[in-house]
Design a protein around this ligand. Sequence first.
Ligand SMILES: [Zn+2]
Length: 77
Amino acid sequence: MPAAYKCIVCGRSIPEGQGVILRRGGLTLTFHSGRCAYKFFKLLFERVSLECLETPSKELIENLKTRLKSRERAKKI
Ligand SMILES: [Zn+2]
């Protein structure tokens, strides 16, 4: 069966329905595993300017904290 995608980090073929595929606008990121996705995002994290990274990261952290708190509250009920 021909591979649908190739991992942009290690070059491995990604069979249809597997791997991590992210699309936004004209950008498609294809990873054969979460580990390769982590490598990519770690490099991106180090390269993107702090002005672009800081505010969205802090907002996301706050959103995730809120989600965790509501999950903890739901468990107690
Ligand atoms: Zn890979």
